[in-house]
Design a protein around this ligand. Structure first.
Ligand SMILES: NC(=O)c1ccc[n+]([C@@H]2O[C@H](COP(=O)([O-])OP(=O)(O)OC[C@H]3O[C@@H](n4cnc5c(N)ncnc54)[C@H](OP(=O)(O)O)[C@@H]3O)[C@@H](O)[C@H]2O)c1
Length: 293
């Protein structure tokens, strides 16, 4: 008899995310077990509870989701989870702290509907945060010829580029770029055909006064909190053409983000060996887009 699907939602915050819980339930699982205040130090005990309760053949019906507002901390928990498995004693797991993976995948897939990413030049504004760095990583992996990562700090921009370079082993594509005042936005965009605004919530990076920039064919803003990251784009814009630029706002990419999130949860239960991080989650998104074409 097929075992019931149990998702163990691990949150690094002191309260489990209701958003993640509802999305999990809507993805078709049978039971949701929520833990909060999860740390790299206490997660192994939870993993043991997951892997020692069902026989190896049934472990594909148990899976783990890692969420919480601190993406770096979530990454540490995810690594510790992977390190706690041995032999067939493992369950599938997914990382989506602060929605970083699903949001980055949705943002790039939205832009990719309009341009071929291979050989493209792109700018990721305020790309030093978790969402921006993931967008830059996907662009580099997709064959972009140049990806500018902007920051107010030269050091943070360079560090972010270096981390992605080490992870992907792709050199000469990522370009650290200082953007410390909105007046320099045109220089930061340069020859880029696509621009992603990934600044913190409520931070405007590209003001109306400097809109449009003719080279930019597609612009995506992932900040949903007013004032928005790109002032000329509305949060709900979705493939909306504004002054010759195809525009997406944060809510505009939300539809595909939710589909990717649910598909990823369903994927966890296909086997006990799925480890879903940015690369795998982006690939799932691609499969969704291809299916709908
Ligand atoms: N739509 C969704 O479902 C969804 C999901 C997750 C996140 N988001 C949104 O996506 C955006 C990016 O998320 P994140 O977690 O990667 O962001 P984050 O880490 O909070 O911020 C990203 C970058 O913004 C820059 N920044 C912060 N304050 C600034 C300021 N006052 N002026 C200029 N730049 C500033 C910083 O870069 P430097 O210090 O290097 O300049 C920072 O590294 C946020 O707006 C978030 O709310 C949306």
């Amino acid at each position: 008899m097929t075992k019931q699907k149990i998702l163990i939602q691990l949150d690094t915050d002191n309260r489990s995310s209701v958003f993640d819980s509802i999305t999990a339930i809507d993805s078709g699982i049978d039971h949701l077990l929520c833990h909060h205040d999860v740390t790299p130090q206490n997660v192994t005990e939870i993993v043991h509870g997951a892997i020692f309760t069902r026989g190896p053949a049934d472990l594909k019906s148990t899976a783990i989701f890692v969420g919480g507002s601190d993406v770096g901390f979530g990454e540490q928990v995810f690594e510790r989870i992977k390190g706690s498995f041995f032999g067939p004693c493992r369950v599938s797991a997914m990382l989506d702290s602060n929605g970083s993976n699903t949001t980055a995948a949705a943002a790039v897939l939205s832009a990719a509907k309009h341009v071929n990413l291979a050989g493209i030049q792109a700018t990721v504004l305020a790309g030093t945060g978790p969402v921006g760095a993931r967008i830059a990583e996907i662009l580099a992996r997709s064959g972009a010829s140049k990806v500018k990562i902007t920051s107010r700090s030269a050091e943070r921009a360079a560090d972010t580029c270096q981390i992605i370079q080490q992870k992907t082993e792709i050199n000469d594509v990522l370009v650290p770029t200082v953007l410390d005042n909105v007046e320099s936005i045109a220089d930061a965009v340069g020859e880029s055909s696509i621009v992603f605004a990934c600044g913190g919530a409520g931070i405007t990076l590209w003001p109306k006064s400097h809109w449009p920039i003719s080279q930019c064919r597609v612009a995506v803003d992932v900040n949903a909190v007013p004032p928005l990251g790109i002032e000329s784009i509305g949060a709900t814009d979705s493939a909306t053409e504004i002054d010759g630029t195809i525009c997406y706002g944060a809510i505009g990419v939300g539809g595909i983000k939710m589909k990717i999130h649910k598909l990823a949860i369903q994927k966890l239960f296909e086997s006990n060996e799925q480890m879903l991080d940015i690369v795998e989650i982006y690939q799932l998104g691609q499969s969704l887009v291809e299916k709908n074409q």
